[in-house]
Design a protein around this ligand. Structure first.
Ligand code: SAM
Length: 282
């Protein structure tokens, strides 16, 4: 067990090139296939951007005690962008050493932190279950730093994407924020629907920026309350399965909340909402 992260820049570590490493070692818990929902969403929503990049580079930041999520990310990105490459970046040196035997064409592992030790500005930075162990007050600074490393927008491209979020140990419940070079864009809720009693079960997996804001008066609390109400109203659809009930509930939500996706994603047990509607109040 390692210490909870407390301040930035925090580490006295330096990369082999001498650059200060930004961040703090935290618990390395991971599991094979844990991030499948996030990977699926990235492929569906960001695949075209990855395909159009000359050299699509993705960073799996804080891949943990074993490199599975980075290996899987490469495989899934290559299904839509055959030239995609992945760099796994981990702040704990022993975890980098343990990952090296898994390097392959298109996949390398590097010691580093939020400074993102890659020469090229990535098309994707994925940070899953990393910020959860930092303080809420650190999130804005980390987001700004990571967004500043993304490939810029221009020439018809919206630029790179940062996907930052949290899930349970086996990836049944997942919530993440997607950010572009300009800042936060959306929040996605994704679940194995059979595992949910109600949508607000996902509250326990809210990303760090939102988890302490699930209190009355905050937008994310109102959203989950409305989602539970819509879910209750959609109870008759349960006889057709949890998926039909979810689709019906999300359709109702669209009357009051800026849902940005449609039935093709809802069918996967997902819904994506504009960040601005859920952002904490001050
Ligand atoms: C809970 S594990 C998550 C592993 C994997 N991403 C997953 O979701 O299964 C968090 C990992 O992030 C690493 N970490 C924490 N802060 C970091 C930073 N600033 N840069 C790189 N890695 C970091 C920790 O050392 C730890 O191995």
């Amino acid at each position: 067990m390692t210490a909870r992260a407390t301040a930035l820049p925090h580490s006295r570590l330096r990369s082999s090139g001498g650059t200060p490493i930004v961040g703090t070692v935290t618990r390395g818990t991971t599991n094979p296939n844990r991030l499948r929902r996030m990977d699926r969403w990235i492929v569906a929503t960001h695949g075209a951007e990855l395909r159009r990049a000359d050299e699509p580079l993705a960073v799996d930041l804080g891949y943990g005690a074993a490199p599975w999520t980075a290996v899987e990310l490469l495989e899934r990105l290559r299904s839509v962008a055959p030239h995609a490459r992945v760099v796994g970046v981990e702040i704990e040196p022993a975890r980098v050493a343990a990952a090296l035997p898994y390097e392959r064409e298109g996949l390398v592992f590097r010691h580093g932190g939020f400074e993102i030790p890659v020469p090229q500005r990535p098309s994707l930075i994925r940070a899953a279950n990393v910020l959860r162990q930092y303080d809420e007050a650190q999130v804005a600074e980390v987001w700004a730093r990571l967004c500043g490393r993304l490939a810029p927008a221009g020439g018809g491209s919206r630029g790179g994407l940062l996907v930052e979020g949290t899930c349970d140990e086996i990836g049944r419940r997942h919530v993440w924020v997607a950010l572009g070079p300009e800042g936060p864009r959306t929040v996605t809720f994704a679940a194995r629907l059979g595992s949910l009693e109600r949508p607000s079960d996902l509250a326990e997996r809210l990303p760090k920026a939102l988890i302490h804001r699930n209190v009355p008066g905050e937008p994310v609390h109102s959203f989950l309350r409305d989602f539970d109400r819509a879910w209750a109203a959609a109870a008759p659809y349960a006889s057709y399965g949890a998926r039909q009930r979810w689709i019906r509930a999300v359709r109702d939500l669209t009357a009051d909340w800026p849902v940005v996706d449609g039935p093709a994603r809802w069918r996967q047990g997902e819904v994506t909402v504009e960040w601005g509607a859920l952002a904490p109040l001050g």
